[in-house]
Ligand binder design. Structure first.
Ligand code: DAH
Length: 341
C-alpha cells in the first residue's frame, strides 16, 4: 500500500484510542470519511495528479482503505454507544433493597375528629343532620328563641351584627327554629356548625363550633334528655362516666340545665382537670320552652321536647388535654401530630 495511505490508516488506529464518546466517534469518522472534507475523500480527488499508469493501483488502494476505515469506524461507533448505554444503566440502577421513602401521612384535625365522633354517636341514636347558615337574622338567632330585643340574656353572647337585622349566628340553636318551622314532630335533629362571638381568651375564640340537638315528640321529658346524655358521655369519655344536671338558665328552655360529667381523668376523686370537684361541665340543655314551640306553630299541649348545645372545642380540649383554644386554630403540626385517634 502506498505510504500515504498507510499513514492515514495508522492515524485512524492511533486516533481511535483517544475516542471516549459516540459524539467524538462521529466527528472522528467525519474527519476521514466526509465526502467533501474527509481525508480519504480528498485522496480520491488527488487521482487526477497521479500518473495514468499508477492510477489503477492508487484507486484500488484508496478504495480498500476507505472500506477498511468504514468498517473500523462503524465498529468504533458501536463500541462507544454500547459503552454509553452501559454507563447509563449503571447510573440509573435502582437498588430495590433500599427501604422505600415513606410519604407523610396526615390525620384529621381534633375538631373534625370530635365532630365526626359526635355525629356518629347521634346518627346511631337516630338523629338527622341539619346544617344551618352562618349568617342569620336577629329573629332566628334570638327573638324566636324567646330572647327578644332588650332581653337581658342577649348580654350572655357578645354578637357580631352585620346590620340591625343580620348577624353572624352566636349559637347553633338558631337551627332549632328553622327545623321546627319546616317539619312536624316527631323531630330528632343534630345541627353542627360554626358560631361567632366577640370573645377572646385562653378558652374562648371569636369563631368556634357547636352542635345543637333537638328532639320534639309527644311525651318527651327531662328524663329522656338524661338517658341520652348518659349514653353520650359513656361513648365520648368511656364506660364509667356519669352525668349530673345542675339548674341553669337559658331563655329557650324551661327548665334549663348545665350538664356535668364525672371527671374521666381522676374518676371523680378530684384532680387538676376537674379543679378538685370531680365533675366537668360539658354542655347546656333543657326542656324546650313552650314559647319557642308556639313561635314555630307547634302546640305545646300536644308536643314537648328537649334541646342541648355542645361546644366542640371545649370537648376537644378536655379530651386531648389542650389548655389553650388557640392551639386548635394555629395548625401547628407539632401539636396536631400528637392527636390521632
Ligand atoms: N345555645 C347555648 C349557648 O350557646 C347552648 C344551649 C343551651 C343550647 C341549652 C341548647 C340548650 O339547646 O337547651 O350557650
Amino acid at each position: 500500500m502506498n505510504a500515504g495511505l498507510e499513514q492515514i490508516r495508522q492515524e485512524i488506529i492511533s486516533g481511535a484510542e483517544a475516542i471516549t464518546t459516540s459524539k467524538e466517534a462521529y466527528e472522528f469518522r467525519k474527519k476521514f470519511l466526509d465526502g467533501k472534507t474527509g481525508k480519504i475523500g480528498l485522496l480520491m480527488r488527488e487521482m487526477k495528479n497521479i500518473p495514468p499508469e499508477q492510477r489503477a493501483d492508487y484507486g484500488k488502494g484508496v478504495n480498500e482503505l476507505k472500506e477498511w476505515a468504514l468498517g473500523f469506524l462503524v465498529d468504533l461507533d458501536k463500541k462507544m454507544k454500547a459503552k454509553e448505554l452501559q454507563e447509563r444503566y449503571e447510573a440509573e440502577k435502582i437498588d430495590i433493597s433500599l427501604p422505600a421513602e415513606r410519604s407523610e401521612q396526615g390525620n384529621l384535625h381534633p375538631i373534625t375528629l370530635i365532630r365526626n365522633q359526635l355525629i356518629d354517636i347521634f346518627a346511631g341514636m337516630g338523629f338527622e343532620i341539619f346544617e344551618g347558615t352562618e349568617i342569620e337574622t336577629d329573629y332566628y338567632n334570638f327573638t324566636a328563641l324567646n330572647t327578644p330585643k332588650d332581653h337581658p340574656a342577649r348580654d350572655m353572647q357578645d354578637t357580631f351584627y352585620l346590620s340591625p337585622e343580620f348577624l353572624l349566628r352566636t349559637q347553633t340553636s338558631a337551627g332549632q327554629i328553622h327545623v321546627m318551622e319546616n317539619k312536624k314532630p316527631p323531630i330528632k335533629i343534630l345541627s353542627p356548625g360554626k358560631v361567632f362571638r366577640s370573645d377572646d381568651d385562653a378558652t374562648h375564640s371569636p369563631m368556634f363550633s357547636q352542635m345543637e340537638g333537638l328532639v320534639v315528640d309527644r311525651g318527651i321529658t327531662l328524663c329522656d334528655l338524661r338517658g341520652m346524655l348518659d349514653e353520650l358521655v359513656k361513648k365520648i369519655f368511656g364506660e364509667g362516666t356519669k352525668t349530673r344536671l345542675r339548674p341553669s338558665y337559658f331563655p329557650f328552655t324551661e327548665p334549663s340545665v348545665e350538664v356535668d360529667c364525672s371527671c374521666f381523668e381522676c374518676g371523680g376523686k378530684g384532680c387538676k382537670l376537674c379543679k378538685g370537684t370531680g365533675w366537668i361541665e360539658i354542655l347546656g340543655a333543657g326542656v324546650v320552652n313552650n314559647k319557642v314551640l308556639e313561635n314555630c306553630g307547634i302546640d305545646p299541649n300536644e308536643y314537648s321536647g328537649f334541646a342541648f348545645g355542645i361546644g366542640i372545642e371545649r370537648i376537644a380540649m378536655l379530651k386531648y388535654g389542650i389548655n389553650n383554644i388557640k392551639l386548635l386554630f394555629e395548625s401547628d403540626l407539632r401539636v396536631l401530630k400528637q392527636i390521632n385517634d
